[in-house]
Design a protein around this ligand. Structure first.
Ligand code: ADE
Length: 252
């Protein structure tokens, strides 16, 4: 997997992709990251990359020319086809399904805007897809690019060991449920004890408990993620039992 990132702050991306699981994946050459600064492709003494918007209003708009020259250099550096993905609050919100789709590509070009945005004429011709982190506004696309790189890199074959397996993640699996709670040593602590079932050694009971916790959490925290009427019989029973448990906890 090759990531090319067009950004006024390439050093930011290099740093965030150098840590933890993602840093290890990069060391194992499971992906490569290439930063490209449009300022290096800007003309004139001041290497201007932005100017005031036509029609007035606050902020600056990133200019077509430096971005065009920069993107041409990115394409010329490697013949592998790659979609240009623009990070912006106008894009479709990123989901784990989208991350999985992106993880199957050989390469992508992530375009980060700053200021008020990028001249629409460049976007209309160059961008294949627009992705947003969510319904809020950031000061640039770099955090979005870092998020995509992290989420995609950890899904590359060999990035996670068995214990970290992505199959257990929130939003994975058929229903896209939230992850269950996790516990470690000590088994007993003033903040609470680890549930007995997790210490039972009974793998079927543990899997059942985890599934039940995932169902319960998703129902409690993100009920829009699944339609209860589509649950299979076993899941419906687990969820009903968990809810009964909550009710009986409340009764004095
Ligand atoms: N750039 C500015 N706001 C953003 C957002 N919400 N998602 C992705 N990129 C952005």
């Amino acid at each position: 997997m090759r990531f090319d990132v067009i950004t006024l702050f390439p050093e930011f991306l290099a740093q965030s992709a150098g840590l933890g699981v993602v840093g290890r994946a990069q060391e194992k050459a499971l992906f490569s990251l290439h930063g490209w600064n449009p300022r290096d492709y800007a003309e004139g003494n001041y290497r201007r990359v932005d100017d005031r918007p036509f029609g007035g209003g606050p902020g600056m708009v990133m200019l077509i020319e430096p971005l065009q020259a920069c993107l041409s250099a990115v394409r010329a550096a490697d013949p592998t086809p790659a979609p240009v993905i623009y990070l912006s609050p106008q894009g479709r919100p990123l989901t784990q399904a989208k991350v999985r789709e992106l993880a199957a590509l050989p390469r992508m070009i992530l375009l980060c805007g700053r200021y008020e945005g990028i001249d629409e004429r460049f976007l209309a011709g160059a961008v294949d897809e627009e992705i947003s982190l969510g319904d809020y506004v950031l000061s640039g696309g770099e955090l979005g690019a870092a998020v995509i790189i992290d989420a995609v890199a950890r899904l590359q074959e060999g990035a996670l060991n068995d214990a970290e397996s992505a199959a257990q993640d929130s939003f994975e699996g058929e229903l896209g449920l939230l992850d269950c709670p996790h516990f470690s040593q000590p088994a007993q602590h003033p903040l609470g004890d680890v549930p007995n079932v997790l210490r039972s050694g009974n793998h079927a009971a543990i899997a059942n408990w985890r599934r039940q916790q995932s169902l319960l959490r998703t129902w409690q925290r993100r009920p829009e993620l699944f339609d209860e009427s589509t649950l299979n019989k076993a899941d419906r029973k687990l969820l009903a039992q968990a809810r009964d448990g909550l009710e009986s906890d409340k009764t004095p």
